[in-house]
Design a protein around this ligand. Structure first.
Ligand code: C5P
Length: 223
């Protein structure tokens, strides 16, 4: 199945989730937003009052976490944490920081890796994240590393959060993006980096339509 799947990696705000969702829809693939899995673990730690830096106690929470992805008719992913729909709750800025912190913990990554691989065995997928091309789906038929300048990514993310009425400022979003870029690229467990055979797409000067066109051209060539 993996050869028919697409891996999209890159830093936050590069446009991965929107593009992955649209690509999945166009080719009848299942979209898996793996960041939502890390966000759910982060949210659970936050709800239980465990610091996102406290590895020992975050790891102790893992047996109590049941994560489930459900899809509506339009292929939109909804995230369930212990039976509760947390699709919107996991987007708040605090959950982003928690997700980035807990994602550097090896037991957390192992816990979620099995789930991601299981999805790719069952379905042809478009999966987005940080380590999809390098760790989760090393045999994906198409690997894309999507990036853009931090200021452009912050502007896009800020507009997205504003549209969802999540209260924040541009400066806070930029700070959060720079924090996560550093965390995600410098950690030793599955750091954010392009797979050797990934195709680099810089979306700083591209609009959504141009990005989608570029990805579709690659999908048609490779899959
Ligand atoms: O993609 P998103 O911004 O929702 O991801 C939230 C956080 O989860 C990222 O900052 C990153 O630390 C972590 N993550 C990861 N590996 C993935 C997906 C997300 O470490 N495959």
């Amino acid at each position: 199945m993996e050869e028919r799947s697409i891996a999209i990696d890159g830093p936050s705000g590069a446009g991965k989730s929107t593009l992955a969702r649209l690509t999945a829809k166009k080719y009848g693939l299942i979209y898996v937003d793996t960041g939502a899995l890390y966000r759910s673990v982060g949210l659970f730690a936050l709800q239980r009052g465990v610091s996102s830096k406290d590895e020992e106690n975050v790891v102790k929470l893992l047996p109590d976490i049941r994560i489930e992805l459900r899809y509506d008719g339009g292929g939109l992913q909804r995230m369930f944490l212990n039976g509760k729909d947390v699709t919107e709750n996991i987007r708040v800025p605090e959950a982003s920081i928690y997700a980035s912190d807990v994602s550097s913990m090896v037991p957390v990554r192992d816990f979620l890796l099995a789930m991601q691989r299981e999805m790719a065995v069952k379905y042809d997928v478009v999966m987005d994240g940080r380590d999809i091309g390098t760790v989760v789906l090393p045999d994906a038929g198409l690997k894309i590393f999507l990036t853009a300048r931090p200021e452009v990514r912050a502007e896009r993310r800020y507009a997205e959060l504003k549209a969802k009425s999540i209260s924040t400022t541009y400066d806070e979003v930029l700070r959060d993006i720079l924090y996560r870029d550093k965390n995600d690229s410098e950690r030793s467990a599955a750091p954010l980096k392009a797979a050797e055979d990934a195709i680099l797409v810089d979306t700083s000067e591209m609009d959504l339509e141009q990005c989608l066109k570029a990805i579709c051209a690659l999908a048609e060539e490779k899959l």
